[in-house]
Design a protein around this ligand. Structure first.
Ligand code: CTP
Length: 397
């Protein structure tokens, strides 16, 4: 129906960018970007009327977002006529509208368009060799200043390369390195950098993204205290597998948080580095988890470790911290103990209540907590089982 509306208004309508790329690759993508050669807002209003959606318009940009009843969002933009910006590269005027809209974008694989008007439905516009680069698995910029104009593209190149296991084309690689050496990353705000890092680390293959970020010197450029070696990259790769081991507990685990813990696991100057990955939330948790890491490992390997001690070591830790230790420690014994805690110890509770203690004429006070703790300890150590056992235990002690 988008094509129909375009025909009626006499505008050319295209679906562009990531949607086209993923369609060709047969990957799911529900972000639809539409470019109109004509008045994008007028088109969007007509489109919205027919689909009964909700519309937000941004008049000064000539863009609009239509949100369908299903919750899907469709972005509609007016093809930008930026002819004068690249005078040498201009094709014929009437064609240049969608052309220049595509030309100002990031990579060839993201710069293809499919026409939606009825008579030309499905015609692929591929002015910059995107199809060929998709076939050859290449990330390639369109013009030399791309990374200078928009340094977030350094991160985007790495994100797409990691996601699809594509190579960054040689010249593009050189332009990335040039932009980094000209300190272009520093021109981005802290928030932008964080958003891009988060996108890479939340994408399909974070360890590949991290590897590229390191190889290209992005990590070092961001903060020289942050050192990511092959061991860390391998451990980040293992996180998926480690999380699977925790699947049966049905606890939601933030994979991102585990990845960040792993990345930061050998950083000395945490205060300087954490804000690359989080705003302020989770700072305490990250610091505590990493600060106690060595002592916890040591305790887990101690010869006289008993179940109660194991319980006290791990209780109160977030699931992400536990998964991180599990993933990071590289030791079968430690992993076994962490699983023992997850499977059994953390679920042990006692039957006796405050009411029971009152009935035994014990007057309320800090003593209650002490008694409960002692019973729990006895229970974890297997000395008591039932409520009767617990009551007897109280009388005896
Ligand atoms: N784009 C760009 N430069 C940027 C950001 C975006 O040129 N810094 C262009 C790209 O052509 C991209 C389109 O805008 O295809 C939409 O951007 P976005 O939704 O971020 O990219 P997708 O390719 O859809 O990525 P994803 O698959 O991660 O959604």
């Amino acid at each position: 129906s988008a094509g129909e509306i375009g025909d009626k208004l006499n505008y050319k309508v295209f679906v562009v960018g990531g949607f086209v790329r993923d369609l060709i690759l047969n990957r799911p993508n529900f972000d639809i970007d539409i470019v109109i050669e004509g008045d994008g807002i007028e088109f969007a209003e007509e489109f919205n009327k027919r689909l009964n959606g909700t519309i937000n318009t941004y008049a000064s940009f000539g863009t609009a977002t239509v949100i369908l009843e299903t919750g899907e969002a469709i972005d509609i933009v007016t093809a930008r006529r930026e002819y004068y910006e690249h005078p040498a590269a201009l094709p014929k005027i009437e064609k240049s509208s969608i052309w220049s809209d595509l030309f100002r974008r990031d990579f060839t694989i993201n710069c293809m368009a499919l026409q939606l008007n009825e008579k030309k439905f499905g015609t692929l516009l591929d002015y910059f060799g995107g199809l060929e680069d998709l076939e050859n698995k290449k990330i390639r910029i369109l013009y030399n200043l791309s990374f200078i104009e928009d340094p977030t593209r350094i991160f985007r190149a790495i994100r797409f390369a990691a996601r699809m296991n594509f190579a960054i084309e040689e010249e593009t690689k050189e332009f990335i390195c040039k932009a980094i050496s000209e300190n272009m990353i520093k021109k981005l705000s802290e928030d932008r950098i964080r958003e891009e890092l988060v996108s890479i680390l939340k994408d399909s293959y974070p360890h590949l993204g991290l590897k590229l970020l390191t190889e290209y010197g992005v990590i070092n450029n961001l903060n020289s205290d942050l050192i990511i070696d092959a061991d860390i990259i391998e451990k980040v790769q293992n996180i998926t597998k480690s999380i699977k081991e925790f699947d049966s507990f049905n606890i939601e685990i933030s994979k991102y948080k585990v990845i960040v813990l792993q990345i930061l696991s050998s950083v000395n100057n945490l205060d300087e580095v954490m804000n690359l990955f989080f705003t302020t939330s989770h700072f305490e948790e990250i610091k505590n988890t990493l600060a106690h890491k060595n002592s916890i490992y040591e305790a887990l390997l101690a010869e006289n470790l008993d179940k109660y001690h194991l319980f006290t070591l791990l209780k109160g830790l977030s699931i992400e911290s536990l998964v991180f230790y599990y993933n990071d420690c590289n030791d079968e014994y430690m992993r076994h103990y962490i699983m023992l805690y997850m499977l059994i110890l953390r679920n042990i509770s006692i039957h006796v209540t405050g009411e029971d203690l009152k009935k035994l004429n014990i007057s309320p006070g800090p003593i209650y907590k002490k008694i409960f703790d002692e019973i729990l300890k006895a229970k974890i150590l297997g000395l008591v089982y039932s409520k009767e056992d617990e009551l007897k235990f109280i009388e005896k002690n």
